[in-house]
Design a protein around this ligand. Structure first.
Ligand code: ADP
Length: 282
């Protein structure tokens, strides 16, 4: 049983049925940055596979949750990681008592049921995963289940979405150009200052305008340190967290350190540089 459960550790996917969330007519709150919603809707109308490109924490996942909800489509999210294999996506035979039973993976279920399947950070996964998505990304829209010697045609509502963080990729780990070409690309970046303020105000649960303004201004300065040795830039997510911590009663100083410094660096010089930025704003 343990073994089965361990193998079922595959079930990292989250099935998000439409109609579960609170804001924006039930859709998860998303503030558009440019024309990403229109591009996605057009791609969905034609069932073209989509690639969301951009740095971590800039809103790609939230965007997809939002558009899936407005389209009334279920969303299956798989967070990819270096041990993720094609079997984790497609499915495998499991031993149940005396019997072996086939269990569909999250990709197969999406293909059959007509969901939007989101492979978050696909490049992290083993290369065999990109092989299984290939026939799904062209006009065939088919998923081969090699172990079952079966090929399934995708449900007409099925759509494949991947995310891709150009900053992370190295020459060793990148999508093949032939794979990239099969996707419609939507570019994301950290939002403009004005949009970011709106996001932080909303996500923090109503932090006052004065602190929102200072927080966002400081965050944007901190973000600029990315080119000076900081591996991970201060994300919109981190700003939202800092806002939430302030709303929960922490001082700006403590909240900024906890949400925007501690998680991203251990380097004493960078810590000091970041502290100076935040202290100058509050
Ligand atoms: P990514 O998938 O790019 O790593 P997320 O979608 O998880 O980033 O975004 C992280 C958090 O930042 C969200 O949970 C949300 O609080 C906030 N956020 C970022 N951009 C937006 C946006 N445009 N609208 C609403 N919230 C946003």
């Amino acid at each position: 049983k343990n073994l089965i459960n361990r193998m079922r550790g595959v079930e990292r996917d989250v099935i998000d049925k439409p109609g579960q969330d609170g804001s924006q007519g039930g859709a998860p709150f998303y503030k558009p940055q440019a024309d990403e919603v229109e591009i996605f809707q057009a791609a969905y109308a034609k069932r073209l596979p989509v690639m969301l490109k951009g740095p971590t924490g800039c809103g790609k996942t939230r965007f997809l949750e939002h558009v899936a909800h407005t389209l009334g489509q279920p969303l299956v999210t798989v967070s990819c990681h270096e041990d993720l294999t094609s079997s984790d996506l497609v499915g495998r035979f499991l031993l149940e008592g005396e019997e072996t039973v086939w269990q569909d993976g999250p990709l197969t279920r999406s293909v059959k049921e007509g969901a939007i399947c989101y492979l978050d950070e696909i490049v992290e996964a083993r290369t065999d995963t990109t092989v299984v998505i290939h026939p799904l990304t062209d006009h065939r829209r088919q998923l081969p289940l090699d172990k079952k010697s079966q090929i399934i045609d995708a449900h007409e509502d099925f759509m494949l979405v991947i995310s891709y963080n150009p900053g992370y990729q190295t020459v060793l780990k990148d999508l093949k150009p032939s794979t990239k070409q099969r996707f419609v690309g939507i570019h994301f970046d950290y939002p403009s200052e004005e949009v970011e303020r709106e996001i932080v105000a909303k996500e923090s649960g109503g932090l006052d305008a004065d602190r929102v303004e200072k927080l966002v201004a400081a965050g944007r300065k901190a973000r600029a340190l990315k080119d000076h040795g900081l591996e991970e830039a201060t994300s919109t997510r981190a700003l939202a967290y800092a806002g939430e911590l302030m709303q929960a009663g922490l001082s700006p100083r403590v909240a900024c350190r906890a949400a925007m410094i501690a998680p991203i660096t251990d380097d004493p010089e960078l810590i000091q540089a970041l502290e100076e930025i935040f202290d100058a704003h509050f």
